[in-house]
Design a protein around this ligand. Structure first.
Ligand code: NAP
Length: 276
């Protein structure tokens, strides 16, 4: 078993995830795994990076597929006995003008951004080694969507005692309410992406709390962040930040010094803790 530190970035064959991998290859002392749901797309990028002299490794990971997540989990367990840095970056967004019915957009978006990310956490968090770092890439849109929720929902999402099961129930309720055409009446905002990212931010707050309760002595730091508005296939060419700039906050959180006791359980953008 290798004692080399290991970092894993989900959805890293392009966009912000790829820029995170490139930055980690230069700054993280250990093995860096670029992961992609499509091995062809992933390995093509890995070959290119290796051609540029970067030391990067590849593993397949589709966060929508539990078997794929478990295969990565078993690999990391066997080869490294765990992992040191996990960056949950993979995500999707329908384009503003996409005509796919909202009920389908809600189901598909929540499936990857919330439920997929949660499944990765469920399988990989127990493997994170002492002084490890976990970064969940959320979005500022989670904050604006939160403000668009009813007072009752806002209170639940800001709660310091909400459980993961309660959060899952709420995310499922959003999808069901959209399907029934009652999401407006039930206090939800009109954004599936926004609700999925509320889920990611709140999940991070819950997970950080659980780490405090169950693994305090392990000094693991876990945060949600927004990379900013970044020029990728998701956000388009008019966005203000380059992918390298978008990678800065996630990489900062992934490389917090081992002596740091925070940020932890926060929502961070531009390397600054934001009020949730
Ligand atoms: P992107 O260029 O569209 O890249 C998204 C990445 O996620 C791709 O590698 C994609 O793989 C991967 N992915 C999607 N579904 C996946 C799945 N089921 N399993 C594994 N990988 C999957 O988007 P981006 O702008 O870099 O976004 C990265 C993260 O930042 C997302 O979580 C996004 O919500 C967040 N974010 C972005 C912005 C922005 O302005 N760009 C702002 C705030 C937050 P494929 O190539 O196979 O599709």
């Amino acid at each position: 078993m290798s004692s080399v530190p290991v970092a894993v970035v989900t959805g890293s064959n392009k966009g912000i995830g790829l820029a995170i991998v490139q930055a980690l290859c230069k700054q993280f002392q250990g093995d860096v795994y670029l992961t992609a749901r499509d091995p062809g797309r992933g390995q093509e990028v890995v070959a290119k990076l290796q051609g540029e002299g970067l030391r990067v490794l590849f593993h397949q990971l589709d966060i929508d597929d539990l078997q794929s997540i478990r295969a990565l989990r078993d690999f990391l367990k066997e080869k490294y006995g765990g992992l040191n840095v996990l960056i949950n970056n993979a995500g999707i967004a329908f384009k503003v003008h996409d005509t796919t019915p909202f009920a389908i957009q809600a189901e598909v978006t929540l499936k990857t951004n919330f439920f997929g990310t949660r499944n990765v956490c469920t399988e990989l968090l127990p493997l994170v080694k002492p002084y490890g770092k976990v970064v969940n890439v959320s979005s500022m849109v989670s904050s604006s969507a939160l403000r668009g929720c009813s007072q009752e929902l806002q209170q639940k999402f800001r709660s310091d005692v909400i459980t993961e099961d309660e959060l899952v129930e709420l995310m499922n309720k959003f999808v069901e309410d959209v399907k029934k055409g009652v999401h407006d009446k039930e206090g939800w905002p009109n954004t599936a992406y926004g609700v999925s990212k509320i889920g990611v931010t709140v999940l991070s707050r819950i997970q950080a709390r659980m780490l405090n309760e169950k693994r305090k002595g392990d000094h693991i730091l876990l945060n949600a962040c927004c990379p900013g508005w970044v020029r990728t296939d998701m956000a388009g060419p008019k966005a203000t930040k380059s992918p390298e700039e978008g990678a800065e906050t996630p990489v900062y959180l992934a490389l917090l010094p081992s002596g740091a006791d925070g940020p932890h359980g926060q929502f961070v953008s531009d390397k600054t803790v934001r009020t949730w």
